[in-house]
Design a protein around this ligand. Structure first.
Ligand code: 2M8
Length: 465
């Protein structure tokens, strides 16, 4: 990948940070795709790749497009984009459950040719947002790059459309506007207290022992999900495999079926991005109406999940038939979906600034912990149960900008940049001490840094030359 030199004026004195971010992405670059992290995550993850493409768009739009192209080359016939594409060259014993465990997915008539194998789960659909970012970045480049970018949009648009169609059909047979997940891994916020109640109802059956390679790559096991969580994750995988990775069979029999509000909100925002792409590629009016309808239905679905007392949106457990009451960053889903009424926006912003989230007096940086410190399931060092995640801060920053909240967005951006300048390119951070946790040199942390430092240059022609 080419190393790009940006004018000092764009980088606000944070040249070192930009250089380090480029280095992280180039160390994790595997050719046409990027591993999520050097040792803990040696494969291609779906939503990581989308965020990575957002960062790469500032360095090399062609390489950014390739990131998405490689991922979408493994799209299933149903339109599903798999949550992991397994790297055949990953060192043995580096990640579990790996390709061998998921090879069953290749037996599904809907699976793409293998190897490389894929999992049969999916993750939040950030991809259309990333594809649009690539197009915006190409706008400031030479004509050849712009031509390549429009050709890329023409190529990826039908794939994105099929991906979103999959989510609104297979994953929402109720036409609720909300996407169903059948594994916490699909949410991207794996061990969040969001899932505690629904997981507690899953009875783990007979299972053979399994390795926890992930624990080799962190300083302390408390940074990763507990054994009881992992048992349930692997039991759910076993049931999914037993159902032949068949969507309808899973829907009928699976003990964990949840409407995920954050994933659904990301889909609303991604549908808006897809509408912009549809405009560029001159898609038919019929398709544009369809996408617009999906976005509208998504907003209505989220509206029904609003909890007046918590001032947050709540996931819904389809098996138990009740909302999952947990105060986590996912509750800001309507902010991510966008276009909220002034009252709803004020309630969301009030909650975000409150002592339950970014206004908590003990925080090292005023950034929202993944789970509210006031929540019983909060744990400051454990993965999605409390630490601050740069990638979530990016989502909130981007959503605040879209909501016209430039001042708040800028406060998040600056604090997040300060956090990473001071504490490193970690996967996540202890919210009270700022201690870096999880993996070092996490790709999407580097990617969002680049976007934070360089996205203004997209609006100033010639700046990113
Ligand atoms: C984490 O998830 C994987 C399983 O997919 C894991 O813990 O092994 C999550 O943070 C997820 O959101 C992320 O995409 C993945 C790779 O960064 O790691």
């Amino acid at each position: 990948m080419q190393v790009k030199i940006f004018p000092r004026s764009v980088l606000e004195g944070r040249e070192g940070l930009a250089v380090r971010a480029q280095e992280v992405l180039s160390q994790n670059d595997m050719g046409g795709w990027t591993r999520a992290a050097p040792t803990l995550y040696p494969h291609q993850w779906s939503w990581d790749s989308a965020f990575i493409a957002v960062g790469l768009a500032h360095l090399d739009t062609r390489r950014a497009a390739q990131e998405l192209r490689t991922l979408f080359a493994h799209q299933w016939k149903t339109g599903k984009v798999p949550h992991i594409v397994f790297n055949p060259k990953a060192p043995p014993h580096s990640y579990y459950p790996g390709a061998d465990h998921w090879a069953c997915a290749a037996a599904s008539p809907d699976a793409p040719p293998a190897p490389p194998y894929t999992s049969c789960l999916c993750q939040p659909p950030v991809h259309a947002i990333a594809a649009l970012r690539i197009w915006e970045a190409a706008g400031g480049e030479h004509e050849k790059a712009r031509t390549e970018a429009i050709n890329f949009l023409r190529e990826i648009y039908p794939r994105l459309l099929a991906w979103h169609r999959y989510l609104v059909t297979f994953r929402d047979p109720e036409h609720s506007g909300l996407v169903t997940i059948y594994h916490p891994w699909a949410s991207g916020t794996d061990n969040s207290p969001r899932w505690d109640d629904a997981l507690a109802a899953v009875e783990v059956g007979e299972m053979s022992t399994y390795p926890r390679y992930d624990l080799q790559n962190v300083d302390d096991p408390s940074e990763r999900p507990a054994s009881a969580d992992y048992d349930r994750y692997l039991w759910l995988v076993k049931l999914i495999k037993r159902a032949g990775c068949d969507e309808r069979a899973i829907y009928r029999s699976h003990p964990f079926l949840v409407k995920d509000v954050l994933l659904s909100a990301i889909l609303v925002a991604a549908n808006e991005a897809l509408l912009e792409i549809a405009e560029v590629v001159e898609a038919s009016d019929e398709e544009r109406d369809l996408i617009d309808g999906w976005a509208g239905r998504g907003r209505q679905g989220l509206e029904k999940c609003w909890d007046e007392k918590l001032n947050l949106c709540l996931d819904y457990d389809l098996r138990a038939g009740r909302p999952l009451r947990a105060r986590t960053v996912a509750g800001f889903a309507p902010l991510v979906a966008g276009r909220q009424s002034p009252e709803r926006l004020a309630a969301l912003l009030g909650e975000l600034d409150s002592t339950a989230f970014a206004g908590h007096p003990g925080l090292r940086w005023p950034l929202p912990p993944s789970t509210s410190p006031n929540e019983t399931g909060f744990h400051p060092r454990s993965y999605w149960r409390g630490p601050t995640w740069p990638v979530v801060n990016w989502l909130l920053w981007w959503s605040l900008l879209r909501a016209g909240e430039a001042g708040r967005a800028e406060r998040i951006r600056r604090s997040a940049l300060d956090q990473i300048s001071s504490d490193g390119f970690a996967e996540y951070f202890e919210p009270f001490t700022g201690e870096p946790l999880g993996s070092n040199s996490q790709s999407w942390t580097a990617a969002v840094i680049l976007d934070w430092l360089l996205s203004d240059s997209l609006r100033e022609p010639g700046m990113a030359a």
